[in-house]
Design a protein around this ligand. Structure first.
Ligand SMILES: [Zn+2]
Length: 371
């Protein structure tokens, strides 16, 4: 539905940056913008939402490889190296076998799922050079409106056709001069770093910093001092706890990253093993942080910010924040029974109980989509 002017009522709204909670609000939307946010008493008789509606920003998914949605749950008994290491890992042989149509279809399905999970931005790593980027662009052209993807490709046949930026398997895949040149020419630029102990020992963090990458993915074996270095250099980090647990590599330094690094995002990594559900990743991240001794309520708020805004921030984009004067881009959830509204600590409540919510509508720049 496209309508230029309407009002939305929310019993509780997660909004702002830093993220805060507001209660009993009426959002007045006009021409794709939040014109004003007022008390519910100001809401007209006809409006969207109700006192039981939960309003949140949209989600930014910081890392995925959407093309492997073509072969879900393959090779579950094999170790990480055998599965994903280019060029001979099983995954790469399977990707090479995909036709143009198969690659576009799997990617489109994945993008639709991400949209239904509330995503407005995906930072997508694509293999197979220009083929990977062009098929992603084709899928995106028919994906639901309101979803953007930044297509991060890597050198290969037809590279860099269709690619928005660089997404390397490792900053050690080429000599440092080449990586530096690629990173400055194709931005945003990123690579997996410190996913395994061996990768960290081989100096992939140092190479990433020297090459000037915009953000890195995993950081599973980074120390808190390493993370301090990322902050100093303005490099973002995407945490992928589900992927790290699935491949049995270890737990990423969630607590330290959220305490010391300003630009942190959450990723679901390979679509072969995890769907585009960043909410689940956020809940898992909160559990990992607690396991690592970080119990302050501020950690849950930081995780929610990483979920909503982090993917935008690590590539230098302004996230859509549903505040007065901001874009009318947000999600409406039904979830009164979840007791998120009554939670003593609402950010933790939202992050942990999101699985109990049902997305009712997406507002994308004013356009209303019933989900
Ligand atoms: Zn990855």
């Amino acid at each position: 539905v496209v309508t230029s002017e309407y009002a939305v009522r929310a019993g509780i709204a997660f909004t702002g940056r830093p993220l805060r909670v507001e209660r009993d609000r009426c959002y007045w939307v006009r021409n794709g913008q939040v014109e004003s946010v007022e008390s519910t008493a100001s809401c007209p008789l006809t409006h969207l939402g109700s006192e039981n509606t939960i309003l949140t920003p949209t989600v930014g998914l910081g890392h995925t490889h959407s093309m492997d949605h073509a072969f879900p749950e393959y090779g579950v008994d094999r170790p990480l190296e055998e599965l994903v290491a280019p060029p001979r890992g099983l995954k790469h042989r399977l990707l090479e076998g995909l036709s143009w149509k198969e690659a576009v279809e799997a990617t489109l399905q994945y993008y639709r799922l991400a949209w239904r999970n509330g995503a407005s931005l995906i930072l997508d790593f694509r293999e197979r050079g220009g083929f990977g980027c062009l098929t992603a662009k084709k899928a995106l052209s028919t994906a639901p409106e309101g979803l953007k993807a930044i297509i991060l490709g890597r050198p290969g046949e037809d590279w860099p056709l269709g690619c928005d930026g660089l997404g390397l398997n490792s900053p050690l895949d080429y000599n440092i001069g080449t990586v530096r040149e690629l990173a400055s020419q194709y931005r945003p630029s990123a690579a997996h770093v410190a996913e395994t102990v061996d990768a960290r020992r081989s100096g992939d963090l140092e190479a990433a910093l020297e090459a000037g990458l915009d953000f890195i993915v995993h950081g599973t074996f980074l120390s808190c001092d390493d993370i301090g270095l990322l902050e100093e250099k303005g490099v973002g980090l995407v945490l992928c706890p589900s992927s790290n647990m699935w491949h049995s590599t270890g737990l990423p330094p969630v607590g330290c990253a959220l305490s010391r690094l300003s630009r942190v995002s959450l990723g679901t990594d390979n679509a072969a093993w995890h769907g585009p559900d960043a909410w689940r990743e956020a809940s898992l991240a909160l559990h990992v942080a607690r396991l690592q001794g970080y119990r302050a309520p501020s950690i849950a708020r930081r995780i929610a910010e990483a979920l909503f805004y982090g993917a935008y921030e690590i590539v230098g984009l302004e996230p859509p924040v549903p505040v007065e004067g901001g874009p009318a881009t947000f999600l409406l959830w039904s979830g009164h029974d979840s007791r998120i509204s009554e939670s003593m600590e609402p950010f933790g409540g939202l992050v942990k109980r999101s699985g109990l919510l049902r997305l009712i509508a997406r507002i994308d720049g004013g356009r209303i989509s019933w989900v």
